[in-house]
Design a protein around this ligand. Structure first.
Ligand code: ACO
Length: 331
């Protein structure tokens, strides 16, 4: 049986660091408020003019180097984002010529914080079906240009940061290594609990001076509802993933959770009886980078020398949509 495995991984964050104290200069907030409620200390912001596809390009180059491949080796490109370069066409189409792959298929995935897991599931299925060999998956976000820096938007703005991370997925050299399992869910009844309403295609024209001047142009979030559902759904999906795969918590070397909020992840670890050190974090330094967050953390973990061949990893995400899911990967 063909299995897919991560053949290379890389990430890129823009150099500009924005601390909680920096944000407190722009809106009524404080380092203490942000750290206590989220665990976030700082995040990165891309400079004006940098797009989602630009950050993605750097991450893809690093993943290709790690895989010892060139763009010519890639058969298919998947880009996950909630901050695309433009309304259309898809950002993967903007990335492809920058990368120089030739006319391979390009797919945008719009599943927010779970975007990487949706992309991994699609790529894994394409490789297992024998349709493609080497698929480049990248999660990339430039949030900083679409955040409300007035007090009205402070609950959302302090959470997010810019960044990108990519993996090359290829046929696994060994039948017991690679992507062992994925599970995806969504509950669209909660679509408006975290959304950006500006592109309302039912309005004619969809963008008018009135809508551009309204709060709809900024992300809107019901933070408490997001928090509550994130904890419940992550606990459910992680437990189900362990059960259907006959795994115990002890079999998992690390859980690589989406990096939204330290308190969400700590609560999930506690409820499932996982030692906290098994749940890895880097949101302190990057905030929530949405589709990039899981591969960004995975890349750091790999580069810090924390992964040995055969380690069992459980990836888990919850986000806007609501969408959520898991993947089990044997490194
Ligand atoms: N700085 C200071 N005060 C703030 C800020 C801020 N940045 N943002 C909101 N407040 C104020 C509010 O105005 C409110 O004031 P009021 O009581 O006078 O009305 C008060 O703080 C709310 O405080 P709390 O009730 O303590 O806030 P809460 O504990 O709900 O924390 C938070 C808010 C951090 C947003 C929380 O709800 C949360 O983390 N939710 C999850 C959101 C999330 O992770 N979203 C990411 C995307 S989805 C995902 O990735 C899972």
């Amino acid at each position: 049986m063909i299995r897919s495995a991560i053949a290379g991984i890389g990430s890129y964050v823009p150099p500009k660091v924005v601390t909680n104290d920096d944000l407190a200069q722009m809106m009524t907030t404080s380092d203490e408020w942000i750290q206590t409620r989220t665990g976030i200390r700082e995040r990165r912001y891309a400079d004006e003019g940098i797009k989602c596809s630009d950050l993605a390009l750097e991450a893809c180059r690093r993943a290709l180097d790690d895989a010892q491949m060139t763009p010519a080796d890639i058969d298919f490109l998947i880009l996950a984002t909630l901050s695309p370069d433009h309304h259309f066409p898809g950002t993967a189409c903007y990335l492809q010529p920058k990368l120089g792959t030739g006319p391979i298929g390009c797919l945008d995935v719009r599943n927010q914080c779970t975007g990487f897991l949706y992309s991994l599931t699609v790529a894994d299925a394409l490789i297992r079906a024998g349709i493609y060999r080497n698929i480049l998956i990248v999660g990339s976000e430039v949030h900083s240009s679409a955040l409300d820096f007035s007090d009205r938007g402070r609950d959302v703005t302090v959470l997010f940061g810019d960044g990108a991370a990519a993996v090359v997925l290829s046929p696994s050299p060994s039948s017991d290594r690679g992507v062992l399992y994925t599970e995806l869910h969504a509950d669209g009844r909660f679509a408006r609990a975290l959304c950006m309403d500006i592109w309302d295609i039912s309005k004619k024209p969809y963008l008018s001076e009135k809508t551009a001047a309204s709060a709809d142009i900024w992300p809107q979030m019901d933070g408490k509802t997001v928090f509550k559902h994130a904890v419940t759904r992550l606990c459910e999906v992680i437990q189900h993933t362990l059960d259907v795969n006959g795994l115990k918590g002890d079999d998992i070397k690390y859980v690589i959770p989406h990096q939204a909020n330290m308190r969400i992840n700590q609560m999930v670890a506690q409820r499932l009886g996982f030692p906290e050190e098994k749940f890895l974090h880097n949101m302190q330094r990057y905030g929530n980078t949405t589709a990039a967050s899981i591969p960004l953390l995975l890349d750091e973990t790999y580069r810090n020398g924390m992964l040995q061949a055969g380690d069992m990893l459980l990836l888990a995400a919850f986000g806007s949509g609501f969408t959520w899911g898991t993947a089990v990967v044997r490194w």
